[in-house]
Design a binder for this molecule. Structure first.
Ligand code: MF3
Ligand code: CO
Length: 259
């Protein structure tokens, strides 16, 4: 069967469960973001994320996934994704991407954001802003009847028109009972391709943006993914639901926070 035919449509009950998972995941992201300051280790943030998710009855989706050793991915500066938490102490001026997933009630939420550590450069601020905004530009096309690559194209257009580049080697994805489901949701490519979006589909849209060249490499630990040219990078991700009236962000806190 083609991937296009295997995109799951969530029932109203499953959508309720996805909202709950999304809320827990978003709360964990906000908690992690609030801990970003000089002197904190990435391990401390990871532990807090794990404790938070588990104390609310969930399981960190990433822990043990394909052998991944953390509950969060914490990716600093030129590390674009999959930074493994450890003894590294955050420093003033760093930009710190935190990616978290939580499984509760049989469904996953998946989200990420990039946070400033203390005072950061104007250029780093702009990179974070453009990366977040590219998500919102992309999901203007997350509507009934649009195709997956309409999202991809809008993300790429916005990022490149602001002088940055999008990572090609990693993509967004469907999310539900499994962390990664069809379809793939790239952040690049021409519009008008891929599956048609239908109400009840849930997808993770996740622009990964480089200030310089888009090429990346995976380090010897098999996870840490860095920009090849060492340029600054940022990441922003939410799990969304396609509805009759457009996208609904599932990874939002009770207070309505998206970072
Ligand atoms: N948000 C990332 C993704 O959707 C994080 C996966 S990390 C892993 O692919 F450890 F779970 F692989
Ligand atoms: Co994801």
């Amino acid at each position: 069967m083609k991937g296009i035919e295997m995109i799951s449509i969530k029932s109203p009950r499953e959508i309720e469960a996805m909202r709950r998972a999304g809320r827990l995941t978003a709360q964990a992201r906000t908690l992690a973001g609030s801990m970003v300051r000089p002197g904190v280790t990435t391990h401390e943030i990871d532990q807090a994320v794990r404790r938070f998710i588990e104390s609310h009855g969930g399981k960190p989706s990433f822990l043990g996934y394909a052998g991944y050793p953390g509950s969060a991915c914490i990716s600093v500066n030129e590390v674009v994704i999959h930074g493994i938490p450890g003894p590294r102490k955050l420093e003033e001026g760093d930009i710190v991407s935190v990616d978290v997933g939580a499984l509760i009630g049989g469904f996953h939420g998946d989200c990420a954001a990039t946070y400033p550590c203390g005072e950061i450069s104007e250029e780093a601020k702009r990179l974070i802003q453009v990366t977040q905004q590219s998500f919102w530009e992309g999901i203007k096309n997350a509507r009934f009847g649009c195709r997956v690559s309409d999202i991809s194209h809008a993300v790429q257009q916005y990022v490149e028109s602001n002088g940055y580049t999008v990572v090609r080697d990693f993509v967004g994805h469907g999310v539900g009972a499994k962390l990664h489901e069809p379809p793939e949701v790239p952040n690049f490519g021409p519009a008008g391709h891929g599956a048609r979006l239908l109400p009840g589909m849930t997808i993770a849209v996740e622009p990964m943006v480089c200030a310089g060249d888009w090429r990346v490499k995976v380090l010897d630990d098999q996870w840490t993914t860095v920009s090849l040219d060492g340029s600054l990078t940022a990441h922003y991700e939410n799990t969304i639901l396609i509805t009759e009236d457009g996208p609904e962000i599932l990874t939002v806190t009770e207070d309505g926070a998206y970072v």
